[in-house]
Design a protein around this ligand. Structure first.
Ligand code: NAD
Length: 435
């Protein structure tokens, strides 16, 4: 997320009238994989029921006075899906499309993601159904503070720790932290992560998700006995995740042949110069204006002749319609939910090695955990320490997911779900059922 005071404007949603609606439903997509993984684990039927149900769903009214004096009332949500392993962790989004169902699915997703990288958090998600682009900064601040106070009973470093998500950023986290601290009558930095570094944020947090993508891609290449040097990479999305992954992969010796943003993509089979492109984008320009490369569409990028494809923009970009055209040997899911369940089957049949989102993009939540640890200790680490600890966790998680997949003869996605479900289930068994 950027530090700009306006939220990020790059969010484009797929056309919800399309015939892919059922295939794209995030809750269905997640639950179909959960069900399959639970069945492979022979999960006890009682625990299955417990893990399929969200722990707590909160719906609140968020009334604010608009700048013109009118009163408007928005609806806010916070869902704690499962907190057996620790405080609930998950972002808050401001978007017109926010619904209880969507937030619940994303909260479940966070539960599995935290368990895959074995950090002591449960999963949560929240949001306010509003259009942040129709609101002034002051109105956004009022919504944030009123929403925070409406859900304040759940928030806290030991209970529920929000983070930025779609259309929220460091600025919004600072408002949440301040509102919470005002209620508590003392400063509580560890109540949110993704804060500005000046007020308790962690070094390395901004780069963490892209860095995690680079690390797991490197591990996948090793496992498939493919060389790192010269590996051709195509990356969809050149924002926080995609641009950092591109730079770090280039630093490792890979050849980034294509990148894209919402304006389209650029391609050079000899390799793009990522530093130049970053410079171009820093001047607030889109890739469609970039001169030193061929231009391609986002759809063409997905099926490009390359070794590694990194979807790092949005959900549902790899579907049953284009999966069979994919030429990459490895897909590293930087974005959340870029591949539909139907597409998974096609990719598996074609031998594509998919590093699933709940592993591939878990670098972000891992460094959020580091931020929470540093805030609670009041002792801050240098960036090398953050990066070394992130590398250890990502490499270990990759190994554990791959070994689970190998043992059961399944793909990495189901392996990741099985590892996560097993970890959450194990804690439930140990804790027993409170009655
Ligand atoms: P971002 O807003 O910084 O960047 C998004 C990029 O995608 C931009 O380059 C934008 O132009 C491009 N884009 C938007 N709509 C597009 C479209 N229709 N077609 C092609 N490109 C499009 O976002 P980000 O933080 O990099 O997040 C990207 C994805 O990664 C999201 O799915 C997000 O949920 C996921 N993710 C992010 C983090 C994180 O720490 N930032 C962590 C985990 C997962």
């Amino acid at each position: 997320m950027t530090t700009a005071s306006r939220p990020n404007q790059d969010v484009i949603r797929p056309d919800k009238d399309s015939a892919l609606l059922a295939e794209e439903n995030p809750f269905e997509a997640m639950m179909s994989r959960f069900d399959y993984a639970a069945q492979r684990l022979s999960l006890d039927p009682g625990l299955y029921k417990v893990l399929r149900a969200p722990e707590k769903q909160i719906i609140v009214s968020v009334p604010i006075v608009r700048d013109n004096g009118d009163v408007d009332v928005y609806t806010g949500y916070r869902v704690l899906y499962n907190t057996s392993r620790g405080p609930a962790k998950g972002g808050i989004r401001f978007d017109t499309a926010v619904t209880l169902d969507e937030v619940t699915a994303l909260a479940a997703w966070m539960t599995w993601k935290c368990a895959v990288v074995n950090i002591p958090f449960g999963g949560a998600k929240g949001g306010v159904a509003c259009d942040p682009f129709q609101l002034s900064n002051l109105e956004l601040e009022r919504i944030t503070r009123r929403y925070t106070s409406a859900i304040i009973e759940t928030l806290g470093p030991d209970s529920d720790v929000p983070a930025p998500d779609v259309n929220t950023n460091e600025r919004v986290m600072a408002w949440i932290m301040d509102t919470y601290s005002m209620h508590k009558r003392h400063t509580v930095t560890a109540v949110v992560t993704g804060k500005p570094v000046e007020m308790g944020g962690s070094l390395g947090r901004r780069e963490a998700t892209g860095r995690g993508c680079m690390l797991v891609t490197r591990e996948a290449l090793k496992r498939l006995r493919m060389p790192v040097e010269g590996t051709r990479v195509a990356i969809q999305g050149f924002g926080n995740v995609g641009s950092v992954a591109a730079q770090l992969m280039e630093n490792l010796g890979m050849r980034v042949v294509a990148v894209s943003d919402k304006s389209g993509g650029i391609y050079n089979p000899e390799g793009l110069r990522i530093r130049d492109i970053l410079q171009h984008c820093r001047q607030r320009r889109f890739l469609s204006d970039y001169k030193d490369a061929d231009h391609i569409t986002n759809a063409e990028l997905i099926t490009l002749d390359c070794d590694v494809l990194v979807p790092a923009a949005m959900e549902n970009v790899i579907t049953s319609h284009n999966a069979k055209e994919i030429k990459a040997r490895i897909i590293c899911e930087g974005a959340n939910g870029p591949t539909t369940a139907n597409a998974d089957k096609i990719l598996e049949a074609n031998g594509v090695f998919v590093i699933p989102d709940i592993l591939a993009n878990a670098g972000g939540v891992t460094v959020s955990y580091f931020e929470w640890v540093q805030d609670r200790a009041g002792y801050f680490w240098d960036e090398d320490t953050v990066n070394q600890r992130l590398e250890r966790i990502m490499v270990e998680a990759f190994e554990e997911v791959a070994s689970m997949a190998g043992r059961h003869g399944i793909n990495l996605r189901i392996g990741a779900y099985m590892l996560a479900i097993e970890r959450v289930a194990a804690v439930h068994r140990l804790r027993g059922m409170y009655a």
